[in-house]
Ligand binder design. Structure first.
Ligand SMILES: [Zn+2]
Length: 209
């Protein structure tokens, strides 16, 4: 149970004592979805005042063991508190325009979260091949272009993400050039996947192996 740093409204989230990444699925944009390790959103929008905050900045009010129906012995406002809400894609852009991010790292992370949120609607979770490409809105495009300018290629993971963002923008030549500069051996398999997708002229987020 946490309290919004702006208005003290209560919200709850799951904390797993233990979990694992069994069955985890990794995507070209760097997002990993691990069904056995569900994690609360790191950045949330308050259900009451609609302001944004980092979950790590929220005051912890208390802990309720796994809630089941009929759980008693806790204050009503605890039991009735809604779960923390991840912002919508549009709300992420709003947060970015309000300059909620206080450091460069926070801004990069927020822009990645916005990218992931946009891509969530295009992840082919069932492998049906029928997921449709969403048009790139002006705000989404601006987010991706700013992210490209902020990512630091001296960190191989950021170089890889930069190439992916360029690919999603349809800037395949720039994406290829960026991939050629990713020298870390650990990433060569993913580099090959991204090069292949560039050759295909593919801008969709894709699952990696
Ligand atoms: Zn609030």
């Amino acid at each position: 149970m946490i309290a919004c740093p702006h208005c003290e409204a209560l919200a709850k989230h799951f904390t797993l004592i233990s979990g694992n990444t069994f069955g985890a699925r990794l995507w070209t944009d760097g997002k990993m979805i691990a069904p056995m390790l569900p994690e609360p959103p790191p950045f949330v929008q308050c259900h009451q005042c609609r302001h944004f905050y980092w979950l790590s900045d929220a005051r912890k009010v208390g802990l309720i063991p796994v809630m089941t129906e009929g759980t008693t012995g806790f204050p009503d406002d605890w039991l009735n508190a809604p779960y923390v809400q991840e912002p919508s894609e549009d709300a992420y852009y709003q947060a970015l325009s309000e300059q909620v991010a206080e450091t460069l790292d926070e801004e990069k992370f927020l822009r990645v979260l916005a990218l992931w949120k946009r891509n969530d609607s295009m992840r082919d979770l069932t492998g049906s091949g029928s997921v449709e490409m969403q048009p790139l809105s002006d705000q989404a495009k601006q987010n991706l272009e700013t992210l490209v300018s902020l990512l630091d290629e001296s960190h191989p993971d950021e170089g890889l993400l930069k190439a992916e963002v360029l690919r999603e923008l349809g800037q395949f030549d720039e994406a290829r050039q960026t991939l050629q500069r990713v020298s870390s051996d650990d990433y060569q398999a993913i580099v090959q996947v991204l090069l292949f997708l560039c050759d295909q002229g593919d801008t969709m987020v894709r699952e990696i192996g």
